[in-house]
Unconditional design. Structure first.
Length: 163
């Protein structure tokens, strides 16, 4: 997977109202979020950074939440024909040792299908990430404004992007 320190810096924000995540062992979940879907939507995407400070790779293999009938790990890709497709990743998402993987629009993400209720900006949505080695990590997705939080206008001067 690619190093994405610039994007992780953009995901990490300095205000307590927005800064959230969780660490379990060597795994850190950074700003898990769901952009507020349209009213009546039956699906939504979940995004975050996942950092593995350990010496061995781990793998995100499942997501559990009561906010949707089904939660799957997906990747969006653009084919040689220019058509975007979304593919389920039943094998999960590898999180290499000493690296950070970013789940974001247009790439890796959590697909929440069959939403059980509306998701409104500011809501916190409970979920459990299941890792091959780290086990279950309880966390919450923050419902960001429609289209996602505009991190470009936030002060990131306190966040280092060096390894």
């Amino acid at each position: 997977m690619k190093h994405a320190f610039g994007l992780i810096a953009a995901l990490m924000i300095s205000t307590a109202a927005h800064a959230h995540g969780v660490t379990k062992g060597d795994i850190e979940i950074i700003h898990p979020n769901i952009p507020q879907p349209a009213a009546g939507a039956k699906a939504a995407g979940g995004y975050m950074g996942i950092s593995n400070e350990g010496t061995e790779a781990d793998r995100l293999i499942a997501v559990e939440t009561e906010a949707a009938g089904k939660a799957e790990l997906h990747i969006s890709e653009i084919g040689d024909d220019g058509v975007a497709t979304m593919r389920h990743l039943p094998e999960g998402i590898e999180i290499p040792a000493g690296d950070t993987v970013v789940l974001e629009r247009g790439g890796l993400h959590v697909m929440l299908m069959g939403l059980t209720g509306p998701l409104t900006e500011g809501d916190m949505v409970k979920a459990t990430l299941v890792f091959e080695h780290a086990g279950k990590v309880e966390m919450e997705f923050m419902v960001d404004p429609p289209g996602g939080e505009d991190h470009s206008k936030m002060d990131h001067s306190d966040h280092s992007t060096a390894e």
